[in-house]
Design a protein around this ligand. Structure first.
Ligand code: SF4
Ligand code: SF4
Length: 317
């Protein structure tokens, strides 16, 4: 039994089990125009892994076997997958709500000029990374020039109504700039709203705060700074049992670019597929079996249960 499951046992829980499948999170590949220092998937412009159309067709079939799950597209930068637009259109034609996790700067890359309008035409919901409202902090995590491009991209999205009209949501994502937990989500949202409006006349719908997981590039940074032990202790000491019901792995399935099924994107980063007898590839997708699956956990799970909790949908409490 790992330490996380030992901690669960103190709350009388014998492991973690799925509660429902509301969302299919689909990773379209690891190529990204950025190379952020906190990226748990270690995406970069040099990565070549990507989902091919045959696998996308299986995802469409799987989604069709469920009651309109939210399809949450991620990457890398999902937009750089050559089948991206066809896939989004097919999902929308089949009636599925679609959400895209965009890094914003990709929208300024050559060939992406029409992407914001495409999003609006397809009624796609957007979740966009902006880990701070200050330039220095964004560039430190995500690279030189990223802040200015992100502001320019939000301006284009606002001009189309994203973050302005209720039916065109633009959610921004904050994550800490170092080995500490996110601050209170609603207070930080107020700060973001004020800063972005006053300085740039920009708008967004909601802010999501997400903790840094001690895996991937962020773990490498922790090790270089000799902070790994302290950060893991902070996560363990901040364990909050009230977060357990909302853990994203209990409400969704993650599908990797090669069709392998995971309980969450972090397990994907750690190569820990769905286990305990549940089908582990999109070819064998079976919602009934996946719904009763036991989730694969590890010590990294303390990153989701610390403080107010953390998930792809922000704080859990
Ligand atoms: S964190 Fe997002 S934007 Fe940054 S390298 Fe990873 S996938 Fe790309
Ligand atoms: S990392 Fe978080 S979402 Fe993933 S299995 Fe662990 S608790 Fe669940």
């Amino acid at each position: 039994m790992n330490d996380f499951e030992k901690q669960l046992a103190t709350t009388s829980q014998d492991g973690l089990y799925s509660l429902e499948i509301q969302t299919l999170q689909v990773n379209l590949g690891l190529r990204c125009n950025q190379q952020c220092r906190h990226c748990h998937l270690e995406a970069s412009p040099d990565r070549t892994e990507r989902m091919e159309w045959d696998t996308m067709a299986l995802v469409l079939e799987a989604a069709g076997s469920m009651r309109s799950p939210l399809i949450d597209l991620t990457g890398g930068a999902p937009e750089v997958n050559p089948h991206f637009r066809r896939f989004v259109k097919s999902l929308r034609q089949a009636g599925h709500p679609v959400q895209v996790r965009t890094n914003l700067t990709v929208l300024l890359e050559p060939g992406m000029e029409e992407m914001p309008q495409f999003y609006r035409d397809q009624e796609v919901q957007l979740v966009a990374s902006l880990p701070c409202y200050l330039e220095e902090n964004v560039c430190m995590q995500r690279g030189e020039g990223v802040y200015g491009k992100s502001i320019a991209a939000i301006r284009r999205l606002n001009a189309l109504g994203y973050g302005v009209h209720a039916d065109l949501p633009l959610l921004l994502v904050y994550n800490p700039g170092g080995p500490f937990l996110p601050p209170d989500q609603s207070s930080l949202e107020t700060d973001y709203r004020k800063q972005l409006a006053e300085r740039f006349d920009l708008f967004f719908t909601r802010l999501l705060t997400i903790a840094n997981m001690p895996i991937g590039r962020f773990l490498a940074v922790l090790r270089r700074q000799e902070q790994e032990k302290n950060y893991l202790e902070l996560l363990r000491e901040s364990f909050n049992p009230q977060t357990l019901d909302g853990l994203m792995c209990r409400h969704q399935i993650s599908i990797a670019w090669d069709g392998t099924l995971y309980d969450c994107d972090f397990n994907y980063a750690l190569s820990l597929p769905v286990n305990h007898g549940a089908p582990d590839h999109i070819r064998h997708f079976n919602p009934a079996n996946l719904l009763v699956r036991r989730i694969v956990t590890g010590d990294h799970c303390f990153g989701c249960t610390a403080g107010a909790g953390s998930s792809c949908g922000g704080a859990l409490l």
